[in-house]
Write a protein that binds this ligand. Structure first.
Ligand code: GDP
Ligand code: IMO
Ligand code: MG
Length: 447
């Protein structure tokens, strides 16, 4: 499964579970080795936390390399951009003393308009309350409706269109022709979201503020590559939320796994030689959908409290489960991961025993193959291996040798099952709280 790695390879960081694996922390850690950090999918549904010297930064649209002054921060064409959120985030970071002058956004990225956010909320409410159908539990950031508009074409607004008033007004008018009846029926209070003049003025004001950052980012990426510089692609959301390969329909609306990189950024697939999959030492999920190893007992509550498992974007409590190795191996294969970073291991300290799901029972038959089919996955009975826990706090550990033996055994069991080396282990949220397992993978230098 592992592909040969080359020092000149670009790298991808992707989530292997249902999001919030700690991608932001690892992107920030690796960033100094790369010329540019590139978002290729998703939008402000992502919430990536980076903690430096105890100070916490929450990033939604701005790539997690922004704290590293040597890196370009590139929002690629595959992202759906809410300019309101982007401007707020840039202002907030600037106030915190972060230099945002190298943040650029693709002119071909699509704009999340207020009517997309209104539609997102209205659809979720209508499904749950009026139709009695299980809602997806979206972040409410307008992601699904914005991607749907992109595929519809003629009514979509691209970031570059914010600088073309006549064209912009036509797009908004076309969109409203179809949105207005829907929103008047399902979101009657959202009058501003269907007011053509107000929307046009708002969009023009976004364009004025963003104009120096809007560019053809694909050209920038190719220039970097032609000069021998390496890129780091930052996945948002995660593999099991991928619109094609995740637990559909309980997924997001983009290709969140590494397969989305070429289309979402405009670089050929073979540019990315190192694919770093991020996995928590347990499982979390926000929103609805199947989760075979979910814990609804006091152990789940304890993990949630210890891991501070509340959403970075919405503040919702995350659902908790034991680590699902069946799902993890599926994600590793799908992405072609060359190494795994195991995060939040410190959260599992203090439990008498730790469980690993090593097989599923479906209709009385055991299998080690994952299925992303949500209906089948709902009926899965997880089969566990139980390992002894470790009592010691490990937040100060900086080497494998300083970990308790039972923690090392856990790591080895995961590696052996998935068949991919673990190159780093997270023992706390801070940039420094990371064990580099140098001997097991070609991990880059980290300052
Ligand atoms: P992302 O969306 O994948 O970037 O992850 P989030 O930032 O949404 O959620 C991960 C949470 O875990 C954040 O609060 C991080 O600060 C925190 N975190 C990351 N790695 C570790 C770790 O190894 N240990 C602990 N205790 N927290 C971590
Ligand atoms: P990061 O990048 C966790 C989930 C939502 C919901 C589903 C669809 O921080 O890991 P959407 O708003 O995208 O239409 O919601 O996907 N979801 C995430 N869950 N972390 C994320 O991003 C997520 N992005 C989307 O909770 O279940
Ligand atoms: Mg997150």
């Amino acid at each position: 499964m592992n592909t040969p790695q080359n020092e000149s390879d670009s790298l991808a960081v992707v989530g292997l579970q249902w999001g919030d694996e700690g991608k932001g922390k690892i992107v920030d850690l690796l960033a100094p080795d790369f010329a540019a950090i590139v978002r290729y999918n998703g939008g402000a549904n992502a919430g990536h936390s980076v903690v430096v010297g105890g100070k916490r930064f929450a990033l939604h649209l701005v790539p997690s390399g922004v704290l590293r002054p040597s890196c370009d921060s590139i929002i690629g064409n595959g992202v759906v951009v809410d300019p309101e959120q982007l401007l707020k985030e840039l202002d907030g970071l600037t106030e915190q003393g972060i230099d945002c002058s190298r943040v650029v956004v693709s002119s071909r990225a699509h704009v999340v308009m207020p009517y997309h956010k209104a539609e997102d909320a209205a659809r979720e409410k209508a499904l749950a309350e009026s139709l009695g159908i299980k809602a997806v539990g979206t972040t409410g950031r307008g992601i699904g409706p914005a991607y749907a508009e992109k595929v519809q074409r003629s009514s979509a607004v691209r970031v570059g269109d914010l600088l073309r008033p006549d064209w912009l007004r036509e797009r908004i008018r076309a969109a409203l022709a179809f949105k207005r009846p829907v929103l008047e029926r399902w979101a009657p209070d959202e009058t501003d979201a269907i007011d053509e003049d107000k929307l046009f003025e708002l969009a023009i004001s976004w364009g004025e503020r963003l104009k120096d950052r809007i560019t053809d980012t694909t050209i920038l990426l190719h220039d970097h590559l032609d000069s021998g510089r390496r890129l780091l692609f930052e996945g948002a959301n995660a593999t099991l939320l991928d619109v094609d390969h995740g637990t559909y329909p309980f997924v997001t609306s983009s290709n969140a796994c590494a397969l989305g990189i070429p289309s979402g950024s405009g670089v050929p697939a073979d540019v990315v030689g190192r694919i770093v999959g991020i996995a928590k030492a347990y499982q979390t999920r926000v929103g609805a959908g199947p989760m075979p190893t979910e814990l609804t007992d006091s152990i789940g509550d304890a993990i949630r409290e210890r891991g501070r498992e509340f959403g970075t974007t919405t503040g919702r409590p995350r659902r908790i489960g034991w680590l699902d190795l069946v799902a993890l191996r599926y994600s590793a294969r799908l992405n072609g991961v060359t190494e795994i970073v195991l995060t939040l291991l410190d959260v599992l300290a203090g439990f008498d025993e730790i469980k690993l799901c090593t097989a599923y029972e479906i209709d009385g038959k055991q299998t080690t193959h994952f299925t992303p089919d949500a209906c089948t996955l709902e009926s899965v009975k997880p089969i566990y291996d139980t390992l002894p826990g470790f009592d010691d706090e490990i937040t100060e550990a900086r080497s494998m040798e300083s970990l308790p033996a039972n923690a090392r055994t856990l790591i080895e069991r995961i590696e052996n099952y998935v068949g991919v080396p673990i190159s780093m282990v997270g023992v706390g949220p801070d940039r420094e709280q990371t064990i580099m397992v140098q001997s097991r993978a070609g991990a880059g230098t980290v300052d």
